[in-house]
Design a protein around this ligand. Structure first.
Ligand SMILES: Cc1cc2nc3c(=O)[nH]c(=O)nc-3n(C[C@H](O)[C@H](O)[C@H](O)COP(=O)(O)O)c2cc1C
Length: 226
């Protein structure tokens, strides 16, 4: 992506988010091992210098398993007050702690070259993972220290023992152990868009614009009937 300027849809999305700072949630769809679509809401956590979209997850959830099997994703993002929708199709990977991540494979899926872009370095991702960990609430962090999501409730320890909130770091060794355990499950999902569709429902007639990433990294724009 380094050989091309910023895709045209990026400043549009950034402008929409500036106007609608609360619209951070989109429906994110992966494919199960059996090839079935699986959709759920996630929270947008940022756009990288190479125009990758970031969200976060627990490594023990379904998304990482799906992405390891098939990186093909689609997301739909409705921004309510301006009444626009972004539909983004692309490839995504889970980037967890260094030890757990096949970094070369991740770069390949994302179309990045090792060391060239900022995101081509493993340290960039570990630093980003730390920043995101520090940026989420203590309640959200606590989720990563709880029993594996999806496990039968009667097979896990009673919920009165689950941590309610945990800090990003601690000077107290026992608390730091809990934090390390939780942080080991905290992962970034990086999304490399390949096609973006922008639907504007406010203007009459409505407008629909599509961009598609070309082999050379540039983006083609096409306006279609809504
Ligand atoms: C508003 C909202 C925001 C959410 N944000 C996230 C998120 O950023 N990351 C995440 O893994 N799950 C998030 N969830 C929970 C997911 O929708 C889903 O229940 C969970 O990730 C397990 O899905 P999976 O096993 O298919 O991965 C959110 C749910 C809601 C309703």
């Amino acid at each position: 992506m380094s050989n091309s300027s910023k895709p045209q849809w990026v400043p549009l999305l950034e402008q929409q988010l500036k106007e609608n700072p609360k619209s951070t949630t989109y429906a994110f769809s992966t494919l199960s091992k059996e090839g079935n679509p699986k959709v759920r809401y996630v929270i947008h956590r940022g756009i990288t210098p190479s125009s990758l979209l970031l969200t976060t997850t627990d490594t023990r959830m379904g998304k990482p398993e799906h992405l390891a099997h098939s990186p093909t994703i689609e997301l739909a993002w409705w921004i309510e007050s301006t009444n626009v929708q972004f539909r983004i199709t692309g490839q995504a990977v889970t980037i967890a702690s260094g030890a757990e991540t096949d970094f070369d494979k991740a770069l390949h899926v994302l179309g990045l070259k090792a060391g060239q872009e900022e995101e081509g370095k493993a340290e960039w991702w570990e630093n980003e993972r730390k920043k995101l960990w520090e940026g989420v609430s203590g309640h959200l962090r606590a989720g990563f220290g709880r029993p594996p999501p999806g496990k039968k409730l009667d097979e896990v320890e009673s919920s009165d023992k689950w941590p309610e909130t945990i800090p990003a770091k601690s000077d107290e060794p026992d608390e730091q152990k809990t934090i390390d355990y939780a942080f080991s499950h905290f992962a970034i999902i990086a999304i490399a868009p390949q096609a973006v569709e922008f639907l504007e429902l406010k203007p009459i007639p409505n407008r629909r614009t599509q961009w598609r990433r070309q082999a050379d990294g540039s983006w083609d724009e096409l306006k279609v009937a809504p």
